[in-house]
Ligand binder design. Structure first.
Ligand code: SF4
Ligand code: SF4
Length: 373
């Protein structure tokens, strides 16, 4: 599929892609770290949101600022910034989420001075009556601050255009998920990962068209009468930076039919009302989207969602994919596992740093899990 080749090219070197994109005079680049960054407002400001993951370089410079027990995402991004690999950035947005990102924000503000720095202090508790109004106020303030940093006025029309674009992107991603979930094997899991990851990096206007082209191609694939005998798996956790995980699961006899990942459905889920006041509508989506462990939305909201997702996708098992030293997800894991146990859905957990454990070791664990479910 030529659309996948295009995404692979982008992902081969996201920083070079962003540099080229900027040099062509297309947009200023604003780095983001988390799915709570309001990308719609960044796009409405005429800038390009680039999700930063770190390039996996050996940590040397960041060592002087961060403890070795910080997650590899935070350490890797700081290493890239200190190593001058992010010189093309015009600004960075730090949503108020986990402790590590909040501390990274402080360190960044003091040490990386070539680009602007904006904190976005989102509410932590999302289920209180005041949270909604507070969130709207914070986003309105962000709209003004970002506009000032970029030297533009962000109009309601700009916001509506960006919202419509993101609805197209999220709609196409949801359709791709639905189509591949209904017809396992139509698109390899690693290719699904490629599309999702590219969705956080590439030009969003081109992305929307590219994803819609993929939907058309997938719709044209005839539905097989007999589905391949594969165990249906949900991936749950934080940031998944490892396309190989999908391949190893498939080689062990499984197929990923849904996810609850920051780099997956949590960042692309939900639509924004195109008729409502735009900032309020963006806030409503944040309140309605699936919550992450760095936010609070009732005591069992995440577990309820995971159980619902597993049932809806007829999954036989859930694989918790945790980044080492990611406390928010590690704290959520026991109660999520308990909720799955209660309804008889099997689960396993793997913890990774910036690289996956040796191939054979992982495959043996997945094979054992898949045989058991
Ligand atoms: S777990 Fe929450 S805070 Fe962390 S990256 Fe995901 S969405 Fe952001
Ligand atoms: S949520 Fe976890 S993976 Fe994401 S930045 Fe925080 S500690 Fe790192």
């Amino acid at each position: 599929m030529k659309q996948l080749d295009e995404c692979h090219e982008v992902l081969a070197d996201p920083y070079r892609y962003a540099e080229r994109f900027k040099a062509e005079g297309r947009r200023k680049i604003v780095g983001t770290f988390c799915s709570y960054a309001p990308e719609e407002i960044i796009v409405a400001a005429g800038a390009h949101p680039l999700r930063l993951f770190g390039t996996g370089e050996k940590i040397r410079l960041a060592e002087a600022h961060l403890q070795s027990y910080c997650c590899s995402l935070v350490r890797g991004a700081l290493e890239d910034a200190l190593g001058d690999r992010l010189a093309f950035l015009d600004g960075v947005v730090f949503p108020h989420t986990c402790d590590s990102i909040q501390r990274l924000s402080d360190i960044w503000r003091l040490n990386i001075t070539h680009c602007f720095h904006l904190d976005l202090v989102l509410p932590v508790k999302l289920d209180t009556p005041s949270a909604r109004q507070y969130l709207i106020d914070v986003l309105n303030r962000f709209r003004v601050e970002l506009g000032a940093k970029l030297g533009v006025a962000i109009t309601d029309d700009n916001l509506r255009t960006a919202i419509a674009l993101y609805n197209r992107i999220r709609g196409a991603l949801a359709q791709i998920h639905q189509l591949t979930g209904d017809r396992p094997g139509t698109l390899k899991g690693s290719n699904l990962y490629t599309l999702r990851r590219a969705a956080m990096i590439m030009d969003r206007t081109r992305l929307a068209t590219l994803l819609e082209e993929v939907v058309s191609e997938l719709e044209g694939v005839p539905k097989e009468e007999k589905k391949p005998e594969r165990k249906r798996i949900i991936l749950s956790g934080g940031v998944c930076n490892h396309p190989d995980i999908y391949t190893v699961i498939e080689e062990a006899g499984g197929t990923v039919v849904g996810d609850d990942l920051c780099t997956g459905s949590r960042s692309s889920g939900g639509f924004i009302d195109e008729k409502a006041e735009p900032v309020t509508a963006i806030a409503e989506r944040v309140l309605e989207r699936v919550v992450c462990p760095a936010k609070h939305m009732g005591l069992t909201d995440r577990a309820d969602h995971l159980v619902r997702l597993a049932r809806e996708k007829q999954a036989q098992g859930v694989v918790f994919f945790l980044l080492k030293f990611c406390d928010p997800h590690a704290f959520d894991y026991p109660y999520l596992k308990e909720a799955l146990d209660r309804v008889g859905i099997a689960s396993m957990v793997i913890e990774v740093e910036d690289r996956l454990p040796a191939d054979g070791q992982l495959r043996t664990r997945f094979e054992a899990f898949i045989e058991m479910i």
